[in-house]
Write a protein that binds this ligand. Structure first.
Ligand code: GLA
Length: 762
């Protein structure tokens, strides 16, 4: 196997050498432009370089048309002055007519026009559909009727101002469309221009409308700790589906993402799919309503549960962004658009390829010290690891999870000379250094809590429910925000740290903020998250070289809001390589594989006591951004040799895996088999992983039909691990690989194969 890996590695590093993970090569955008020059661009990736966004207003018809990539989105002002959705889907021809908006008449006395008209954004006042905004005025009035007032189109942003029919309250709706993917970003700002305070009780970012169809399928992602990213899929029926977190943060119970497909038998890569994701890391809600006519409305933003935002005269409340996209290429195409959008338009730029990291958590737990970490660092470096991360246990009186959170000084027994000797050692070994923190939490057994018991979320005189022996600091409080920013800034200023693993290990219990004026106490849901984002933004501005991972006991804080401030996420504490196939599969429906850290850990794995080979564990983790979390002190020389080869093989293909187009060939869910394929952005290579759970009755592994290749180009196949069937060819056209396919010869239990295809020059 060694020679096969080296051969592919050499070929791939030749073309990749300008785009190293350390970011010292060409910027990715420049590389992309260079890569497009003189090449036939593969059909699989949105063509960033050529695309542009277009936003137009047709004054005669009073319609707005937003267009980019393969998407048109059209809305109009109807005769009532309501803003009405007219079309969202595959890009229309410029000459295609878009008739002016016409409010529905209402089908019966029970179905008033205001509920029947597919509105873009609607205030509450007798509505039976989910309103976008609900306000209580000081006189008890709760009626809000929004009408179009004006609009502007500037800097690729459409702003539409709506105003209540009698009160001086306006809502500004913001629309942007991404040039490369056609993904829209929508949000709303509510302004109180009256001279009295009012209370916003519900504020959604947007409503997405889809026309009548009786064959819509809904997908969304659910989970729990160590069992995140389960894909739910089923037909939509009249009624309402509510996806929600009331936990104070994003949550792993449901992720703020959905996809709706038209058609009864959805296929991965064909069909019409509309999808959306909220950019918010606090409590949220997405409602999917289907009416009796089978029309669909999707509304999303802050959850209205326990929500009240006080707007004094002159104050505003802005909602999070609700992103929405369309793909004619099935759910696979929808995922690929989102992946591209996240990597190019959401995460901090320039986004570098993820380094291979080592993390100490599963090896040492809380029992970290200078000598032990240095020994692990030496072993990690010998494998080709690029980043060494010390996890929990280095600070305060942290011996286990009962104490220390909140006291962010280096533990003097474990590190008598501070972190410097360890960091120097890690650097001398050629790696950069990362550290675990959990900034928003405090153990009652800590100096911080003893000094500031009023800094946690709580209701006066009520119990303070602990989770993992910790309480949540109320980040909405200015002094708490200042403390958290202050210790992180000091840590990063005094130590040469390249990476923070930012953890968040519990949900809220008693969300009280007794120190705030009564009418502002429920604003904690919004202000907490805004301050979190503010701290992250300030830290990044002051320490631009520091990268951050969002972790929440696994994948409980992954969303398009936090992703604007972090470079990667930890999808699950479950590192069982077989469970991971399903977890990672679900993750990629909404998030890019390159954002997903995946560690190789020990066998048998603590989660299921399942034993697997080191090669299988590596191949499972190589589907995302590779990390190693095993106890290297227990590894044999053979393990080191295998790992070294796998790390080298991964580095040779990581750009294709992390930034390429993912095709889910065989789902691991409830299946004996699984397979994924990633195609490089410029189409020069593809990487395939195949996994077998258990052979049964001598059944062969199903033929693998590849996707996303250039039909006419010639590709050579390089087997890196596992086995192909006898007589397998090594050179053939894209059409051959996609239509004849590849026969993988896997037999036994927990077996895996890995091969690459390289496009030959014409
Ligand atoms: C959480 C994380 C783990 C590890 C521990 C440390 O559970 O998800 O990876 O960092 O905290 O306490």
């Amino acid at each position: 196997m060694a020679s096969r890996i080296l051969c592919a590695r050499k070929r791939m590093t030749r073309s990749r050498r300008n785009n190293r993970a350390d970011g010292r090569g060409l910027s990715f955008r420049r590389w992309l432009t260079a890569a497009f020059c003189g090449l036939t661009v593969a059909v699989s990736w949105p063509a960033t370089a050529q695309s542009s966004a277009d936003i137009r207003y047709d004054q005669a018809a009073r319609t707005f048309r937003l267009e980019a990539a393969d998407v048109s989105y059209v809305l109009g002002v109807n005769q009532e002055g309501e803003l009405q959705s007219l079309y969202w889907g595959k890009r229309l021809r410029p000459a295609d007519p878009i008739p002016a908006a016409q409010a529905d008449k209402g089908t019966s006395s029970f179905e008033l026009p205001v509920n029947e008209t597919p509105q873009e954004f609607v205030g509450w006042g007798g509505l039976v559909v989910v309103p976008d905004v609900k306000i209580t005025f000081p006189d008890g009035n709760r009626d809000l009727v929004l009408r179009y007032v004006s609009h502007s189109i500037q800097n690729n942003t459409l702003s539409i101002t709506m105003k209540d029919i009698s009160r001086d309250v306006t809502v500004v709706l913001l629309y942007q469309i991404d040039a490369a993917t056609g993904i829209l970003a929508r949000s709303a700002r509510i302004d109180n221009h009256t001279n009295a305070p009012l209370t916003v009780e519900q504020a959604f970012a947007a409503t997405w409308n889809l026309p009548a169809s009786n064959d819509y399928q809904l997908r969304y992602l659910t989970g729990r700790w160590a069992g995140e990213w389960n894909l739910q899929q089923g037909p939509l029926h009249p009624g309402k589906v509510v996806l929600e977190s009331q936990r104070g943060s994003t949550s792993d119970e449901v992720n703020p993402w959905f996809a709706i497909e038209r058609g009864n038998e959805p296929d991965q890569d064909t069909g019409n799919v509309w999808f959306g994701a909220l950019g918010w890391s606090g409590s949220w809600q997405i409602n999917i309503e289907q009416d009796w006519q089978h029309r669909v409305r999707v509304t999303g933003g802050y959850t209205p549960f326990d929500f009240a935002y006080h707007l004094a005269p002159g104050d505003s409340l802005e909602t999070p962004k609700f992103y929405g996209g369309y793909s004619a290429g099935g759910i696979g195409g929808a995922s690929r658009l989102l992946h591209h959008f996240e990597l190019e338009s959401i995460v901090p730029q320039p986004h570098r390829l993820r380094p291979v990291l080592y993390n100490s958590w599963e090896a040492t737990g809380f029992d970290v010290n200078e000598a032990g970490q240095e020994a692990l660092a030496e072993k990690a470096a010998s494998l080709g690891v690029e980043r060494f991360v010390m996890d929990d246990g280095w600070f305060g009186e942290r011996k286990d999870d009962h104490a220390g959170l909140g006291d962010w000084y280096v533990n003097p027994q474990k590190f008598p000379q501070g972190l410097k000797p360890l960091i120097d050692k890690v650097h001398a070994l050629g790696m950069d250094f990362g550290l675990w923190v959990e900034p928003e939490m405090v153990n009652p057994d800590s100096e911080l809590y003893r000094k500031h018991p009023d800094w946690v979320l709580n209701f006066s005189g009520r119990p303070r429910t602990e989770g993992r022996n910790q309480l949540v600091l109320n980040l909405a409080q200015p002094e708490v925000r200042a403390y958290v920013y202050g210790f992180l800034d000091k840590l990063l200023s005094e130590n040469d740290i390249a990476f923070l693993k930012w953890d968040y290990n519990r949900n809220w219990a008693e969300p009280g903020w007794p120190a705030a004026p009564l009418e502002e106490q429920k604003e904690v849901y919004v202000r907490f998250v805004e301050n979190l984002y503010g701290i992250l933004a300030e830290l990044r501005a002051k320490h631009p070289h520091v990268e951050i991972e969002s972790c929440s006991g696994g994948g409980a804080r992954v969303d398009l809001g936090i992703l604007r401030y972090v470079d990667e996420v930890w999808p699950s504490d479950n590192t069982d390589p077989f469970d991971r196939l399903s977890i990672q599969n679900g993750f990629t429906y909404a998030y890019a594989p390159g954002l997903m850290m995946a560690w190789v850990t020990d066998s048998p794995n603590w989660m299921n006591n399942r034993s697997t080979s080191l090669e299988y564990r590596f191949l499972s983790s190589m589907q995302g951004s590779l990390g190693i979390g095993a106890n290297l002190n227990k590894w044999t020389p053979d393990d080191f040799a295998t790992a070294k080869k796998m790390v080298a093989a991964y580095k040779a293909v990581r750009e294709t895996i992390q930034d390429g187009s993912l095709y889910r060939l065989i789902s691991p869910v409830a299946n004996e088999y699984a397979a994924t394929e990633s195609v490089a952005r410029d189409g020069h290579a593809a990487v395939v992983f195949a996994f077998l759970h258990s052979s049964q009755e001598g059944q062969p592994f199903p033929q693998l039909y590849l996707r996303g290749l250039d039909s006419n180009a010639t590709y050579s196949l390089h087997l890196q691990a596992g086995q192909l069937a006898d007589g397998a060819v090594e050179r053939a056209s894209g059409d051959y690989w996609m239509h004849h396919g590849v026969a993988v010869a896997l037999r036994g239990d927990f077996q895996a194969a890995f091969f690459t295809l390289e496009r030959e020059a014409n």
